[in-house]
Ligand binder design. Sequence first.
Ligand code: ADP
Ligand code: MG
Length: 800
Amino acid sequence: PGKETQITDDPVKNFEKWKRKYNKTKKIVKRVQKTTKKRDWEVERENIQKLVKKYSEINPKEAVKFSDFPLSKKTLKGLLEAQYRQPTEIQRQTIGFTLQGRDVLGAAKTGSGKTLAFLIPILECLYREQWTAMDGLGALIISPTRELAYQTYEVLRKVGKNHEFSAGLVIGGKDLKDESEKIHRTNIVICTPGRLLQHMDETATFHASNLHMLVLDEADRILDMGFTDTLNAIVENLPTTRQTLLFSATQTRSVRDLARLSLKNPEYVWVHEQAKFSTPATLEQNYVVCELHQKVNMLFSFMRSHLKKKIIVFFACCKEVQYLFRVFCRLRPGISILALHGKQQQMKRVEVYNDFVHKTSAVLFATDIAARGLDFPAVNWVLQFDCPEDANTYIHRVGRTARYKEGGEALLVLLPSEENGMIAQLQEKKVPINKIKVNPEKLVCVQQKLDAFLAQEKEQKERAQRCFVSYLRSVYLMKNKDVFDVFQLKLPEYAMSLGLAVAPRVRFLNKAQQQKSGVAQDDSGAAGRVSEDELKSFTAQLKGECSKSQSSQSEEEEEDDDDEEKESLKPAALLCGFNEEDEDDQKDLDLLTVKRKDVFNINEESQDDENKKQKESKFTDAKKMQKKNFKVNTKKIFTEDGEVVQQWPPLQRAVVPDEEEDEETSGINMEAAKERLRKEDQEFDKIEYRRKIKEKHRVRLTEVVAYLSGADEEFDPSTLPDPDKVCNSESSEEEEGHSSDRGGKKRSFSSEDDDSDDEVQQTQVGRKKPRKESTATPLDTGLSLAEDEELVLHLLGSHS
Ligand code: ADP
Ligand code: MG
């Protein structure tokens, strides 16, 4: 046994000996590592000191390359890897001031590189401070829309990938709790104002007391009315020692705005102040005057003649985008159509955004959420289907094309009543725009097709009605009455152009009209002119009605104009896809070339006539069909009275081509309409709805914080909820026209949807998607029980 013990003891002793040696070596290695690290750090500090010393010697005039500026190696490497070698004018002129810690107001035309002008100083600032995760929030970038925030985030990941800072995207439509868990470790936050404030209010661990830099991208928009309270509240939470940078193509000059941000002796950098024009030189701009009821034909004709182009079409409101997107998909114009607006679920928004980024030819129907900052590559055309709110909005919309030395074309469609007012504004803002003519006879008429679609599908008809009302509301709420006069619009013709047989009754307009005529009677001298006060009171009432339906409102919802939105002046966007190849593109390409003055004057007379005849006979057929269907629909109203009456009591009745309708009970009840939609959603797809709700609880947002260091070119999609899982139903239920070639990577912020009205977009004709809020709330027709009964009896009486 003694022998045995000796034998077994030896290896143990040996092992212990070896272990002691190993630990000793390990300690030495650690010590060496530590000292080396320290040395690295010291080297870095010396580098920083060297760079800072050069700050006072910066001479922008002599700087040609980014490396001519005292920038860190990490930033320079990031810039080079992203193919940025020479600074643009705004970058060249602001970089010195921003590095020196000055507050800067930067203004330069759209597409001139303002993003890097604030991202570079942010990286340099945090690098100088040797910022770490422990230091928390160091820089804050505020963006007016989620898409722009996302885009900026992507650029930051690209140019900042050699730094070790963490960057986070804090935008609405995502899970707040998940963001909350990460936000306190995030060094650079890119956010939309509402969401940021929400964190300031609700996330205990989030504080901004260490903040070094605040950036307002699209500063004038962030500072304007829609965000006033939110921004003031945010600024209250920020240390006054911070550096503040403001960038926009239409920069604010309001002293009050600057006071709100307590800028310290800011440096004004107006790159194009002396420029002859305020829009890019490579942008060709034209406008056409078109009657309201011809606009749909006009758009279709335009699309048919630009099948190989990448086009953005701006509309005044979401409902217009929603309706026209659907019908245009069905019209099969031969080019992919996408739609982007603020009523879409966040996932959809990102999907559409990325889709459009990757397309070479497609049409994006959008509201003004796509108007600012978005840098879609190679957009050929910007078509403004509806008149922009003001010249600034015009400048930002057209700025989606002709970016960074590229060319682009813009076409503005104006109503006869809008022409003088709008063109005067544009001239004042130094926008070079020419009038071109449209020959109405050359327009492709799609009205009979729309008639037929609407006759077949009740839902489509309801969308058309909502589009009609929404558009009128948006015009009515516009501040500039020299340009926007809702009373000049020819409503029956407009309704017809949307495929509606009868113009829906618009309660607010009727009231306004009554007041207007009342005023006219009282004061015969001012006949036809409604007083400012009257209009104001109506507008306030209208806005009040709209805002009632809003519960938790984020900044984008404010921006997204829609029926349910109080800020109807600021529209939003939607994206869905559709693709159809067309063989005879070329013919139509010649047909409409807006660049030429005789754009719509083409020589294919005979063929046109033939088409027209064909269309006319089809039109008659469609009309007949429509008539038949109307009767059927009317019957449905009686048997399913709850369903029909509840959604559009006024509209439904107004649309039914029956003159004996009960006038008294007509009116718009948006709440009721929403309720009905929700109910319908459930009816249509209860299982899908439940699945979606489950997903909502299961899926967690994971990409909120990204570490810049080592970031790959592409956002790692595996860190995100599986879009297929989450929106499988969505894409599978996409309109028949949804692009089949959508090869673009589908990235997403999250499937979470915590904004009450960020609803799932319905992208399939005749089928509705469940909304997140759909609950079995009692249906409300917006009428009293007695009125309901009276209406039903009346309708029954007139049809039985
Ligand atoms: P703005 O904010 O002024 O509208 P962006 O920052 O979005 O413009 O930049 C417009 C385009 O110009 C982007 O595609 C961007 O990649 C490109 N760009 C910006 N700076 C440079 C540069 N220094 N060199 C080359 N391209 C640049
Ligand atoms: Mg920008």
